[in-house]
Design a protein around this ligand. Structure first.
Ligand code: FES
Length: 104
């Protein structure tokens, strides 16, 4: 009976500059995926409103959930391009591979 790990763990995250990596269940918040990689992720409100958790998406933006109006507002306040930066507390890693760089 083969219990295939790949059936459950479908996504892969790398956090820079630590180069920490983890395989995670798809659909996980980036914040939780980063913690799963052993990184102490910066966060404040956990509610997509403060911007503390902002991180640069080095690659894999296409694998992330779409930005909500709330997220776009916060990124705008921080003067961060939503094509390059996301809030890890409110974005899900839907599939595939994503590399993030923590901004703090
Ligand atoms: S922790 Fe506040 S916006 Fe993510």
């Amino acid at each position: 009976m083969g219990w295939n790990r790949r059936n459950i763990l479908m996504a892969h995250i790398t956090i820079l500059p630590q180069q920490a990596t983890a395989e995670v269940a798809d659909g996980l918040l980036l914040l939780d995926a980063g913690e799963a990689a052993g990184v102490d992720m910066e966060a404040g409100c956990f509610n997509c409103s403060c911007g503390t958790c902002v991180a640069e998406v080095v690659s894999g933006m296409e694998n992330l959930s779409d930005a909500t109006p709330e997220e776009l507002d916060v990124l705008d306040q921080w003067n961060k391009d939503p094509e390059k930066f996301r809030l890890t507390c409110c974005v899900r890693l839907n599939r595939g591979t994503v590399t993030l760089r923590q901004s703090h």
